[in-house]
Ligand binder design. Structure first.
Ligand SMILES: [Zn+2]
Length: 148
């Protein structure tokens, strides 16, 4: 017996679920990539305009623009760990290449790499901290899931 389009559609329809419906969370998951980029720019992960950090690494208590509470952030040692990870993986191969191919004077090599490592670390650390806070905000970690 030939099947009509109507019976084909019905035969592929998903079976009705008898599981209890999950209660909807008050807000959907927050997008991760914009939150990471806003944090990298040291801006509020929620609105992207208010400053996240005051001074070099101190975090504002809340956003001056949208009022997002920053006190639930727990960046702790994460930004320092990530900064060391990146700086090490960039500078150590460069040091090897510079030594093997150019063999500069030891004091010249030390001066260049000491300054380069320090500059890269100081550049990355606050940006990593902002990105870690943006990650925590997007994933609603710690107290970031509280309604405003
Ligand atoms: Zn904000």
């Amino acid at each position: 017996m030939p099947q009509t389009n109507q019976t084909l559609v019905q035969s592929h329809a998903p079976a009705p679920s008898h599981a209890p419906a999950q209660p909807e969370r008050p807000e959907a998951d927050r997008p991760l990539k914009p939150a990471l980029l806003r944090g990298w720019r040291r801006k509020c992960p929620h609105c992207g305009t208010g400053p996240l950090l005051k001074g070099y690494l101190k975090v504002h208590s809340d956003c001056a623009v949208c009022g997002e509470d920053f006190t639930p952030q727990r960046a702790d040692d994460g930004p320092a760990y990530l900064t060391i990870l990146v700086v090490g993986h960039v500078m150590i191969p460069l040091l090897h290449i510079a030594f093997v191919f150019y063999r500069p004077e030891p004091l010249t090599l030390f001066t260049i790499f000491a300054l380069g490592t320090t500059a890269l670390t100081l550049y990355l650390l606050p940006r990593m901290k902002g990105a870690v806070i943006g990650f925590q905000w997007a994933r609603r970690m710690h107290g970031f899931d509280r309604p405003m």
